[in-house]
Design a protein around this ligand. Structure first.
Ligand SMILES: Cc1cc2nc3c(=O)[nH]c(=O)nc-3n(C[C@H](O)[C@H](O)[C@H](O)COP(=O)(O)OP(=O)(O)OC[C@H]3O[C@@H](n4cnc5c(N)ncnc54)[C@H](O)[C@@H]3O)c2cc1C
Ligand SMILES: *[C@@H]1O[C@H](CO)[C@@H](O)[C@H](O)[C@H]1NC(C)=O
Ligand SMILES: *[C@@H]1O[C@H](CO)[C@@H](O)[C@H](O)[C@H]1NC(C)=O
Ligand SMILES: *[C@@H]1O[C@H](CO)[C@@H](O)[C@H](O)[C@H]1NC(C)=O
Ligand SMILES: *[C@@H]1O[C@H](CO)[C@@H](O)[C@H](O)[C@H]1NC(C)=O
Length: 532
């Protein structure tokens, strides 16, 4: 398999042969029934499902990066003393709800190395310092706190255990959605101290990557049911990367498709700039930095909500208003992990150290130990800590040079572990919200996005479903997750296959205008949509 896949990549990476005989730049480089935009998890799921489940192989994949995987993106930390490289996950890292997910089956199939995460294996530190050296003058040192003795955990956990009932009762009474902040407040949670704000961050923002005053109460919490909060999450520590399981599935799909007409299915380093989906045109025209590609039937977009919101790709004609309203109503959150490599572990055995910044909620909030027992176990090749922050803090840090990020991280670490903490050997600072291929990390459901908006987000545009949309954001149950991207890609491929084979191409229901609900009934009956 390794041999075959490198051959396929060599083929894919080779520059498209451009025939000099072609009369104009309007002549497509390649044509296929289906063009899939993006070779992330959902794009791979589409290709895999078409080729291996539906025997449809006339597709092309256009991917801007030089490798597949998308937000499943593995990076390196290098120990300059030994030259040893450790692979860490810049993007997705965990398998959530492992037992019931198909991702677990894939992980087993490829023997992906993971370790169970224990969120109770943690310490808490109350900070006493800002991000400026000068702030250290005249203030007492910070201290570790016993979260159980503080009573804080019991208070929050009691509220959190009641929140799903609170939501269900409101839904039964047809009461409107609220923000997660309002819901928590009404149940009696009113954080005042830095530690309380941190505890809330850990329970809300650490997952949603947006603050509770933005999140939809109905959709920010209920998701835990689907992803299986009751099962230990598995952290992927495989040195082949999380992407490995998806890349292998892509290779299988490409191998199955190799014999069909177009010789080249995966076009890497190919950035889409414009999609002409005009229903009057005989084919869909996809403009890229490597020329024009044509789809006889469907274009499948896996572009992130962030990319769609930021006009990174031009739509000709513009997307219909109902589609735009759905796109702009959804949230693209920023979740960012800063990795630091050290030559010794100066921290404890626990998996997490939570840091309560006295000034800013969510500033350097959680340090995670990759050398905890069962993970990398510690080695002469280096010890890794990483900090996760989200939203405004992630955007702030992303705009700082690496050197300043390192200095700020060191100030915080020396506050917790003392002045002898050594300088890091390497640092990795992802900048997801500045990356034109993503414009953020993953989607989140804000107050204001209604079910009809999310439904519309998933609907194709064009009379013959010229453009079909998929991606993590489109999964109703598991938006924001690897599973969401994978399952939605598979489902979408099933629908595309139905249309292509003429077996079944159902009309789609679209809510062209979404109105305030005034009468009782189920969601679908309440809102008028059109079939086309
Ligand atoms: C930091 C971070 C941490 C995460 N942690 C977890 C986790 O622990 N567990 C979990 O389940 N999920 C996690 N996720 C979410 C998960 O990674 C995503 O849900 C999933 O990878 C999205 O896959 P996708 O195919 O929908 O989108 P993408 O991966 O974004 O795929 C879209 C593809 O399109 C390409 N592209 C973009 N623009 C263009 C263009 N103009 N032309 C051509 N190609 C283009 C991109 O390069 C990309 O390959 C995390 C994400 C991030 C960023
Ligand atoms: C797959 O499709 C090809 C041509 O489209 C056909 O020759 C082949 O028999 C099909 N295979 C299966 C298993 O249906
Ligand atoms: C797993 O995949 C199967 C086959 O595609 C699908 O029917 C099932 O719904 C998936 N399970 C989950 C939990 O998504
Ligand atoms: C965390 O786990 C390690 C290793 O099992 C153990 O030594 C340590 O005591 C645990 N700490 C906490 C706070 O649970
Ligand atoms: C760490 O040690 C555990 C228990 O000894 C072992 O199961 C695991 O494979 C080790 N992990 C690595 C990355 O070496």
């Amino acid at each position: 398999m390794a041999r075959l896949s490198s051959l396929l990549y060599a083929l894919a990476a080779a520059k498209t042969a451009w025939s000099a005989a072609l009369p104009s730049d309007q002549q497509p480089v390649a044509t296929a029934d289906v063009i899939i935009i993006g070779a992330g998890i959902s794009g791979i799921a589409v290709a895999r499902e078409l080729a291996l489940e539906h025997n449809i192989t006339d597709f092309l994949i256009l991917e801007a990066r030089s490798e597949p995987g998308g937000r499943a993106h593995t990076e390196s930390l290098t120990n300059p003393k030994t030259g040893h490289v450790t692979k860490v996950e810049k993007g997705c890292n965990w398998i959530q709800g492992p037992r019931r997910q198909n991702i677990t089956k894939l992980a087993k199939k490829y023997n992906l190395q993971t370790a169970p995460q224990d969120y109770d294996n943690r310490t808490w530190f109350e900070g006493r310092r800002g991000v400026d050296e000068a702030d250290t003058v005249d203030v007492a040192a910070g201290k570790f706190v016993d979260i159980d003795a503080s009573g804080l955990a019991t208070l929050y956990d009691d509220i959190s255990s009641r929140i799903l009932d609170f939501i269900q009762n409101r839904l039964d009474d047809m009461e409107v959605d609220l923000t997660a902040r309002t819901g928590l407040s009404m149940l009696g949670w009113r954080p005042k101290t830095a530690l309380q704000r941190l505890y809330e961050w850990v329970n809300v923002d650490f997952t949603t990557a947006q603050p509770p005053q933005v999140c939809s109460l109905y959709n920010a919490f209920e998701q835990e049911d689907y992803v299986g909060a009751d099962e230990p999450e598995q952290l992927v520590i495989d040195q082949r990367g999380y992407k490995h399981i998806f890349v292998e599935e892509l290779n299988a799909a490409l191998a199955a498709a190799a014999g069909s007409p177009a010789s080249q299915r995966l076009h890497l380093d190919t950035t889409v700039t414009e999609i002409n989906w005009s229903p009057s045109s005989p084919s869909r025209l996809v403009h890229t930095n490597r020329g024009l590609f044509a789809a006889r039937k469907h274009v499948v977009s896996t572009l992130s909500i962030g990319v769609l919101q930021d006009d990174r790709v031009k739509w000709t004609p513009p997307l219909p208003e109902w589609k735009q309203e759905a796109i702009f109503s959804f949230g693209m959150a920023v979740y960012q992990k800063i990795f630091l490599l050290f030559d010794r572990a100066f921290w404890g055995p626990e998996q997490f150290t939570y840091y309560a910044d006295p000034e800013v909620r969510g500033r350097w909030p959680v340090w995670q130990n990759l050398n905890a027992e069962g993970f990398f176990n510690g080695s002469r090749d280096g010890y890794i800590l990483f900090n996760t922050h989200v939203d405004a803090e992630a955007r702030r840090v992303a705009r700082m040079p690496d050197e300043d990020v390192r200095a700020e991280a060191m100030l915080k670490l020396r506050e917790i572990y003392g002045p002898d903490v050594p300088e890091p050997l390497d640092i990795l600072v992802p900048r997801w919200d500045l990356d034109p291929l993503y414009m953020g990390s993953y989607s989140n459901w804000p107050l204001g996005q209604l079910d009809q908006h999310h439904w519309n987000l998933r609907q194709p545009v064009g009379k013959r479903k010229e453009v079909v949309f998929t991606g993590e954001s489109n999964s109703r149950e598991m938006f924001g997750y690897v599973q969401g991207a994978w399952e939605d890609g598979k489902e979408t491929a099933g629908r595309v296959a139905g249309c292509l084979t003429g077996r079944e191409c159902p009309s789609s229901l679209v809510y062209e205008t979404i109105k305030t609900c005034v009468e009782a009934g189920s969601v679908v009956k309440r809102f008028e949509g059109s079939w086309y």
